[in-house]
Ligand binder design. Structure first.
Ligand SMILES: [Zn+2]
Length: 147
């Protein structure tokens, strides 16, 4: 008697999808902002003092669809990101100086009107699409914003 083997494809966990998307997102931020200094405080980031990717608003306060939004992300130092809890006040001031207050207010509007996705299936589908979108080849050279 032989047992019939059924092979079930395991769906990726939300945690693994987050890890994959966050890795791609960080690479994208490094590509867009190839600076060797912290966006927030201006301190020099060396290989030893690794660059972090900071959120304009705390990641936990954002709906899933905006947690990886490149408009909200910039390279920053460990001190600002971890020890100063994101250094949000200065981050906000730098962002207003970079993109202007109307653009920052548009971001706030987007956050307020975005309904967070609920349910594993909807979140998994969103992650898969976002990962796929970030894997698309870059076709246009991007201009480097001034800081
Ligand atoms: Zn800093």
């Amino acid at each position: 008697m032989t047992k019939k083997k059924t092979k079930r494809e395991a769906l990726p966990s939300l945690k693994s999808l987050h890890n994959k998307l966050w890795k791609l997102t960080k690479e994208e931020v490094r590509f867009l902002y190839p600076w060797n200094k912290c966006y927030i405080c201006g301190s020099v980031i060396t290989k030893k003092k690794k660059s972090h990717t900071g959120h304009l608003f705390k990641i936990g306060s954002l709906p899933l669809q905006l947690k990886y939004d490149l408009r909200l992300l910039r390279p920053c130092c460990v001190t600002c990101n971890l020890f100063k809890n994101g250094n949000e006040s200065w981050y906000m001031i730098k962002m207003i100086k970079e993109v202007g207050l109307p653009e920052v207010l548009n971001l706030v509007d987007d956050i307020e009107k975005t309904v967070d996705l609920e349910g594993t299936v909807a979140r998994r589908d969103w992650y898969l699409q976002a990962i796929n979108d970030l894997k698309l080849p870059r076709v246009t050279p991007l201009t480097k914003p001034k800081i």
